[in-house]
Design a binder for this molecule. Sequence first.
Ligand code: MG
Length: 416
Amino acid sequence: MIGRASKKISILGSTGSIGRSTLDIVRNHPDRLKVVALAAHNNWQELLKQIEEFKPLMVALYSEEAAEKLRYALGPRSDLELRTGMEGLLEVASLAEADTLLSAMVGSIGLQPVLEAIEAGKKICLANKETLVVGGELVMAAAQKCEIPIIPVDSENSAIFQCLGEDDLRFVDRLILTASGGPFRERPTTTLDTVTPAEALRHPNWEMGGKITIDSATLMNKGLEVIEAHWLFNVDYDRISVVVHPQSIVHSMIEFTDGSILAQMGLPDMRLPIQYALSFPERWLASCKRTDLTALGMLNFEPPRFDAFPCLKLAYEAGRRGGNLPCLMNAANEVAVDSFLKGRLSFSAIPKVIKETTARLPFSKKVSLASLLADDDSARCEATAMVNRGFGAEPPPTAAASSQKEGARALSRHAK
Ligand code: MG
């Protein structure tokens, strides 16, 4: 079977929304795609089902505890290679039998496995946008050196990639990323403080994991995509703009020097950009619903509300300054979003935690993998300590809480 399949893929994040959609595509194209390795964070039950159906050669679970449960469920006779921790993710990413890595992990944890896969000569289908946000400079340099293509899976950057085709970038004036605007597009700024996690998780057009859904509601998701686009297509930030398009039918556009605009359209279904990343440069039949233009009605476009959603501006600023700033911003955002989902931080405090964290940590223009990993860690400690101190929460901290606050700050400095 392996010999006949044209593409042998490893999937990082196979139990998440993108991972499951990718396996759906594999199901539809068994003659073209073969899964050779799977990795997930801790959802061992879902991974077990995937193992039974797709029979990979190797799997990895980041969580040791979940891996123990999976090992027990597989039984002593299983000869499946089961790995754990970051080492396990790196082994899955660079497995000799694979030719393509689809990275759909959530967060900056995806950076090292992608670098490892590039070094091992794998073609990269990239859904994990934090990889390029944090380590864009390193990843693109490695990809260039090893002559590895990086194909975007994210619907917006896939749209740009599809619109660009063979066109010469010299004739492209501007990339225009569309944003749905999220569930609070029309909500008055003054009431954003009272947003609950349940409300923020109700995305109008896309069904996605928790982290990206909250990022969509704060517009940080668009900010991360702007930085991703900068690295993928080597375009200055001044030539990347964002337009809010509530119907999510136009997935993004490019504007040429002569003012002509090219758009990629379709109903919102992630299986389309995922499949295109896997089929590129070919196009295969897809099981997605076809777009009936006459049923669409109006398509609207409006400017983003930069003041109501400060995360988008923070991302532009971090991208423009470069260096370790996008890494610090991203780590602080990951902590802030997680804290918001756990009810420990208000919605409008998310950008405040990011701003404060990045302001407190040293900026450095020059980065390496080691320095980025250390910066990622420091920013997480700083942001976590800030949330623990009750930053952005009402009422303001009492004297007792602020002495605790000093303690937490001292602790965060000494944390690894
Ligand atoms: Mg997107």
